[in-house]
Design a protein around this ligand. Structure first.
Ligand SMILES: [Zn+2]
Length: 267
């Protein structure tokens, strides 16, 4: 009698765990709870090294892997989830970087991010662009036309970037500096400061700024010999000098920067 019973038990036992898992889902930690636990562990690891309060927020961003700010005695860090399971030397580098902006620590962090880039979600430039409203047509300068002409003249129309006026940044009082253009490599979008869309700003000046940003599409930023990020490598500078009105545009900037700094842009 004993034998068949045991066999029956064995059979039942085999099918048991799967059935139980299906029925008792709450015993499996939810991803959010797991994340909370891991985040707390990371906060503790940082806290012991920084000897200060630490608040960590975990994200899944595609571009900026870490940012931080100091609020009195507290450090706030926003980190990509790859840092959750980072080894001790990386946590130490993170602490050194946050505390003293340590250049060597920054290099170690770069290396860690490079090794773990497989964890960075891939979003195509097209997907990223869908979230951006492109407004290339200004009141005075049509960026789309400027871009197309430059693309034809200098790049055999091979540059597949989008262009738009950037949103007017809210600045109180006179500006101290102005970022006239930018290029976002992830979305392949060139943004031009709306202050350039004025009749007093000559066409060749806007063209030069657009040309400069197109070169950012051609020459990616890379690490220079000193380990720093080099956004304008020598070949970039060399290429930029081929712009037809390079000297004239530079001269105009020297003389009129004040005008651009003072200009008010109606959003
Ligand atoms: Zn630049």
């Amino acid at each position: 009698m004993a034998r068949p019973t045991r066999q029956k038990n064995v059979v039942r036992k085999r099918s048991y765990p799967a059935a139980r898992l299906a029925r008792q889902q709450p015993t499996v930690p939810e991803p959010n709870r797991l994340l909370k636990v891991w985040r707390r562990v990371l906060e503790r690891r940082l806290r012991t090294r920084l000897r200060a309060k630490v608040a960590v927020e975990i994200h899944d961003n595609t571009h900026t892997m870490l940012t931080f700010q100091r609020q009195r005695a507290m450090f706030r860090l926003r980190l990509h989830h790859m840092f959750l399971a980072a080894p001790d030397e990386v946590i130490q580098a993170l602490a050194d970087f946050v505390r003293m902006g340590d250049g060597e620590a920054s290099t170690r962090l770069d290396r860690f991010i490079e090794r773990n880039k497989a964890y960075i979600r891939r979003v195509s430039p097209e997907q990223m662009r869908k979230r951006i409203r492109l407004e290339p047509v200004g009141r005075h300068h049509d960026l789309g036309r400027i871009f197309d002409r430059l693309n034809e003249r200098y790049f055999q129309s091979r540059i597949s970037a989008a262009i738009t006026y950037g949103p007017a940044p809210r600045v109180k009082g006179p500006r101290k500096s102005i970022k006239m253009g930018s290029y976002a490599a992830d979305s392949k979008v060139i943004r031009i400061h709306p202050a350039l869309d004025q009749p007093v700003v000559p066409r060749y000046f806007v063209e030069w700024i657009v040309f400069h940003e197109m070169l950012h599409h051609v020459y990616r930023a890379r690490k220079g010999e000193d380990g720093r990020r080099c956004v304008h490598p020598p070949e970039f500078m060399e290429h930029e000098r081929r712009f037809h009105d390079f000297k004239r545009a530079q001269a105009w900037e020297d003389e009129n920067l004040d005008l651009l700094l003072r200009s008010r842009v109606e959003g």
